[in-house]
Ligand binder design. Structure first.
Ligand code: B12
Ligand code: SF4
Length: 492
């Protein structure tokens, strides 16, 4: 490693989930620091720190050579927020600071992303950013132009110039641990520590953007490297809970089991969640037992549709029965399980969705319900273009709440879609939204208070009276558990 060479300022603009730290930026910050650059991260997505304008101005006084802005998620508000930051920096610093942009908002469609940024950005980066941004910074230091850097796209007089994609990083263990300590929103403690132990997923679910982002590849870190980060993060940030955001934590089950075993052997005694879903086809009784014993306090299963007839159209590459079995196995092992459900996927109707709700009820588990959003670049988007009609742009902040009907079909019109959504919501989500939210339901901790209150009002307004006893029981149980957890008498 050489002495400090460039000053790089990374900025996370405000977006949907305030207070969620941007893992991508943390990884970039660590990679640049390892190359000897000085890095600061201004986290404007956090509600915890002071006024945005002052923080950005103060960081600009530092005199950054390169500015990197993240666009996550891809939607109107984040594109506009990123553009505004870039324009501010352009007017304040002129050519003294190179302005680059990256993140999912560019990666899902690099040419369109560059067009949206326009002349405010000198360069846009698509795909994984660690190596690409390091090369951009080196070029800047050497005073060279930006042409020919793999994984970039830029606007020139003749139009959009898209360079070849950069190969994905093969060895994820070669990356340094994310540098959250460089965020201006992070102090000595972190309540929730976000991490990824793998990248990508090889499956082909019709609605999923992962195919575009990681081309159905899967790469994983070694168990040793994963546990080393957990130990480091526990000592450095003293987190209350760890969130593993992998798309498919257990694709290589032996690896996932080894992570669990190491957590048990080393008596780390942590509480962790798998909120992005583990695939049902990877769940065995032994794996479920290890999850429980190693501190897994909640896992989500990507069920999507609990109606076997319509489930078949999702192309999940696993069987309906496998999901039912996995839920039973996790429950038997004592791992709190939540189903992630989507309303409005291809070939569904109000009637088919009600069947799904009834089937799910029999399983007696919590569920999170989302309205389907066809992201550009997915098969689902193509299907809607052919069989339905778009009512709204799917890439808006309000669409990304997953509570907006952005398209409909003749057999499942808009009004029915909302009806299905609120019926589902009232059945499954009443206690956590209407009352404590954060305390009661670990898997919904990422929501802001405002979000919860708004949801509560809608949920109460559409409340289904016959569910009251179940809701009260669930509420009481969760409240007792929360108290026990706080007093240290219960870990989950
Ligand atoms: C983890 C995750 C989350 C976590 C983030 C936790 C955290 N602490 O970071 C949480 C739960 C907060 C989250 C929330 C949301 N998410 Co999310 N999330 C993901 C997930 C699974 C992984 C993202 C990740 O961290 N990857 C690991 C890091 C290292 O990669 P990365 O973020 O892509 O960053 C790399 C590059 O993009 C690039 N890069 C990133 N930023 C920058 C900046 C610069 C300057 C440069 C040069 C490069 C660069 O370099 C990075 C390192 O290689 C992805 C799916 C996926 N596999 O990508 C969905 C995904 C990105 N999320 C999605 C959605 C919809 C959302 C929400 C809108 C959901 C909601 N309604 O709340 C919110 C929006 C969040 C917000 N900030 O407002 C969609 C995106 C759809 C879209 N239109 O953009 C995805 C693709 C899921 C999906 N399959 O549909 N999410
Ligand atoms: S299993 Fe999950 S991550 Fe993989 S393609 Fe399906 S929805 Fe996407």
């Amino acid at each position: 490693m050489s002495a400090t060479r460039a000053k790089v300022l990374l900025v996370d603009p405000p977006s949907v989930s305030p207070n969620e730290l941007n893992l991508g930026l943390a990884s970039l910050a660590a990679a640049l620091r390892a190359e000897g650059h000085a890095v600061r991260v201004v986290d404007l997505n956090s509600l915890r720190t002071g006024r945005a304008k002052g923080r950005l101005a103060e960081a600009l006084d530092w005199g950054p050579d390169v500015l990197g802005v993240s666009v996550f998620p891809a939607c109107d508000v984040t594109y506009a927020a990123a553009r505004k930051i870039l324009e501010t920096v352009r007017s304040e610093r002129g050519e003294r600071t190179l302005r680059v942009v990256g993140g999912v908002g560019i990666s899902i469609d690099p040419a369109e992303g560059a067009r949206r940024m326009g002349p405010a950005a000198d360069l846009c980066l698509y795909g994984e950013g660690e190596r690409t941004l390091a090369e951009v910074v080196e070029r800047r230091l050497a005073g060279g132009g930006m042409a020919g850097i793999a994984g970039t796209v830029r606007i020139e007089e003749g139009g959009v110039v898209r360079e070849a994609p950069r190969p994905l990083i093969k060895n994820l263990d070669s990356l340094p641990f994310p540098a959250y300590e460089l965020f201006d929103s992070v102090g000595e403690r972190m309540a929730e520590y976000p991490m990824m132990t793998s990248r990508g997923c090889p499956f082909n679910c019709i609605f999923c953007l992962n195919k575009t982002l990681t081309q159905r590849t899967f790469r994983h870190r070694s168990p040793e490297n994963v546990v080393a980060e957990i130990e480091y993060a526990r000592d450095r940030f003293k987190f209350d809970a760890l969130y593993i955001w992998d798309d498919h934590f257990s694709l290589v089950r032996e690896r996932a089991e080894r992570v669990c075993r190491m957590l048990i052997e080393r008596k780390l005694n942590i509480r962790y969640y798998l909120p992005d879903g583990i695939r049902a086809d990877s769940v065995t009784p032994e794996f479920a037992r290890l999850l429980k014993e190693s501190g897994c306090a909640g896992a989500s299963i990507g069920f999507e549709d609990a109606n076997p007839e319509t489930f078949a159209h999702i192309q999940k590459g696993e069987k309906y029965e496998e999901i039912i079995q996995a839920i039973a196995t996790l429950k038997a092992a004592g791992v709190p399980v939540r189903a992630s459900m989507v309303i409005g996927l291809p070939h569904t109707t109000l009637t088919s969705t009600r069947v799904a709700m009834e089937n799910l009820k029999k399983l007696k588990i919590h569920a999170e319900w989302y309205l389907a959003i066809p992201f550009p670049g997915t098969e689902f988007h193509d299907w809607v273009t052919k069989h339905g009609r778009f009512l709204e742009d799917p890439l808006t902040l309000r669409a990304l709440t997953f509570r907006r009907v952005v398209f409909d079909t003749p057999e499942f019109p808009k009004a029915d879609r909302y009806r299905a959504f609120y019926e589902a919501f009232a059945h499954y989500s009443f206690p956590e939204y209407a009352f404590y939210g954060k305390v009661c339901n670990p898997l919904t901790q990422q929501r802001s208070k405002v979000d919860k209150y708004i949801l509560s009002i809608f949920t109460v307004a559409r409340y289904i009276p016959e569910r009251l006893p179940a809701h009260l029981w669930s509420l009481a149980r969760d409240a007792v558990l929360a108290v026990l957890r706080r007093t240290g008498l219960a870990r989950t």
